[in-house]
Ligand binder design. Structure first.
Ligand SMILES: [Cu+2]
Length: 120
């Protein structure tokens, strides 16, 4: 007489357990996608500006020599090179030896600094 009751109780428990076991798999998958999204957003924000150091300012030529870190958007490793500047006024914001953060893009075969600011 006790056996059927025992069977149903065990079966009921097994159902609860399998439902509980399914929960973490779903929950962690959802959590993982949120984490990946957060990382992508952070990468875009930090990949925006590149660290550099001013080596030379050429106001007449509208050029700037920068020792720069990797520029991921331009697929360029760290190096020292000459950039053109989009606005001559950008050259007034920096002097030789300044640590800066800047944004560069490729325009017509030349690399052009479009924004620059003192590194914090
Ligand atoms: Cu470079």
């Amino acid at each position: 007489m006790n056996h059927p009751q025992h069977f149903f109780r065990t079966a009921g428990l097994a159902l609860v357990l399998s439902a509980a076991a399914a929960m973490p798999a779903w929950a962690s998958k959802d959590h993982g996608s949120h984490g990946a999204h957060g990382n992508a957003t952070a990468q875009a924000a930090t990949g925006d500006m590149t660290d550099g150091e001013v080596r030379k300012v050429d106001k007449e030529g509208g050029k700037l020599t920068l020792k720069h870190a990797d520029i991921k958007s331009l697929d360029m490793p760290a190096m020292t090179m000459v950039f053109q500047v989009k606005e001559p006024a950008l050259l007034d914001k920096v002097k030789v030896g300044d640590k800066v953060r800047f944004r560069a893009e490729k325009a017509g075969g030349a690399f052009v600094v479009t924004a620059i600011e003192a590194a914090k």
